[in-house]
Write a protein that binds this ligand. Sequence first.
Ligand code: NAD
Length: 390
Amino acid sequence: MQSSTIEKNTEADISDDFPLFGKLQSYEHEQIVVCSEPDLGLKAIIAIHDTTLGPALGGVRMWPYNNEQEAIRDVLRLSRGMTYKAAISGLNLGGGKAVIIGDPRKEKNEALFRAFGRYVDSLGGRYITAEDVGIDVQNMEWVRMETKYVSGLPKAIGGSGDPSPVTAYGVYQGMKACAQKAYGSDSLEGKRIAVQGAGHVASHLCHFLNEEDAELFVCDIYEDKVNELADEVGAEVVDPDDIYGLDVDIFSPCALGGVVNDDTMEHFKCDIIAGAANNVLEEEDKHGQMLLDNNILYAPDYVINAGGLINVASELEGYVEERAHDQASKIYDTILDILDYSEENNTPTFVASNILAEKRINNVGQIHQIYTSDSQFSGHIGELYKNASL
Ligand code: NAD
């Protein structure tokens, strides 16, 4: 990573004529791998954004994209977000992500995921995969049959299991940090909080919020899901279209990305936006600035939702649940640092977090590769020295 990408990586860079190398340069990606097995129906793309800090770790998403451009755009944005997420969370990991084009309700099978696993394996550890939207633990077990470069496996076979509880815990901590900044107290008691989505993360989050006696409003596109969650946590169910305009203190996006956009912006009455969804800002520069101008505190998505990455990353070192929780609780301090930086420099919070993440990548990237007794020479030099007794 050479320089701040903040100014360069605007949506305006994404042109409609779709020059692939232009896109890779625009986001500063290292590599993109297109995986095709027509007989099995596999159409997947693996994007490796930056491996300065370590191997690229990021989930694989299965989604019925309308076209290939949409899939490429998604995988490029998501993989770049993983680089920043790992960096700001203090992890020695790079950023990567994969997408499989297909309908997860109809097109999942063993052969498809094993074929994907072989492509992951072919990268020799440069990319480590895990679960994302549309993927479950069973699918990861199929991937594991072909490669060891996979994380987020079931606890029963030594993995870390579902990352959602740790993600939700991190979001809860980040939300409290925002409350501390906005209200001078991190108590969420009596705060009116609108949660978009009633999925895995949202459910765990609502339980934390309910324990603190927050007043909850929830929505989902599936009525049965939202009714069940509302019953559990005593929340009021609202129509998905009405969630943006509610008179609440905090809006928590926990469904899909792009929900802070030109259409929704004028409806927000909240002081804080803090949730689990990735790529919350439809256009980083434009909508990040608008939130600052409207005095809405925004907890950058890749910072506040890093609990899931922290969880799967700890699986690589031998999973200890308590340690993953401890690490996720640090999201509170990281968010506060970002909010302080944003205030002191009158800059959007996503800019502040990008600067802090890039600082770590650039500093670590500058560590000189001086020779130490454990250093390994590679390539031609390695061949020359491999039998030498030094
Ligand atoms: P999930 O699929 O369990 O839940 C998402 C929910 O959102 C579903 O119930 C879906 O019906 C609902 N939804 C979709 N569109 C909606 C809309 N327009 N309005 C209201 N509800 C809508 O997913 P999850 O694992 O809970 O993840 C939620 C978000 O958090 C995703 O964006 C994901 O990328 C992100 N995230 C998740 C984790 C994790 O550990 N699971 C980690 C980091 C980030």
